[in-house]
Design a protein around this ligand. Structure first.
Ligand code: BTN
Length: 205
């Protein structure tokens, strides 16, 4: 008989995560869930304007690639298990068979890419804010937009170009969320930097 050690302290350590990292992952999964109170339907589009992607940007920008992606995965796992945590109180495995599915995949990739790029930015530098903003726009807006629109065409049967044109409506809000995420990430990096995953406070390089 084999024993599953994947969630044992040793398993966590092997994944390069400390108990503090697990707490941060849970905290940001909860943050994403808490932003589910906003869902603005858009005429002609199967996907609403939401605020939950701001939580995804914050997770990547503040936690880095691994913990950021894991926070999104934890949130989506809870949704898939049936918890009504998506905007509008939706949940269940069926959400993966909707036009939103590609956005959910994009959220995981986006958090990882934003986290990877943001962790290389020195927030105190002159260009710190602009680089954090660029990381958020590239990973958290453009990549999510790409995966989301491509997958949604399979569900709607609407062509890629009209889908892209229609989803331009998301752009102003998503750019504003990228600005907020970059500002918050810069402020936290300056005032109370979060140690990298697996690194105890005071042991940073
Ligand atoms: C849902 O809850 O079903 C929708 C999730 C995806 C919404 C995407 S995220 C990027 C873009 N910006 C928004 O405000 N909405 C879409």
């Amino acid at each position: 008989m084999s024993i599953d050690t994947s969630v044992s302290p040793r398993g966590i350590a092997r994944a390069g995560l400390l108990p503090r990292d697990l707490a941060l992952i849970a905290l940001f999964a909860a943050l994403i869930a808490s932003l589910g109170f906003v869902a603005i339907p858009v005429a002609g589009l199967p996907v609403p304007i939401v605020l939950q992607n701001l939580g995804v940007l914050l997770a990547g920008s503040i936690l880095g690639w691994k913990r950021g992606a894991l926070a999104v995965i934890a949130f989506l796992a809870l949704v898939s298990a049936g918890l009504p945590l998506l905007s509008g109180g939706r949940g269940g495995i069926g959400v993966w068979a909707t036009p939103s599915a590609g956005y959910f995949v994009g959220w995981i990739i986006g958090a990882a890419v934003v986290g990877f790029l943001a962790s290389r930015v020195k927030a105190n530098s002159k260009s710190g804010f602009l680089l954090l903003l660029a990381a958020n726009v590239f990973g958290g807006v453009l990549l999510v937009w790409l995966t989301g629109t491509v997958v949604s065409t399979f569900f709607t049967g609407v062509g890629l170009v009209p889908t892209w044109a229609a989803s331009l409506i998301f752009l102003p809000g998503d750019l504003a969320k990228a600005v907020i995420a970059a500002l918050v990430a810069q402020g936290i990096q300056r005032a109370y930097p979060v140690p990298p995953a697996g690194v105890r406070r005071g042991e940073e390089a």
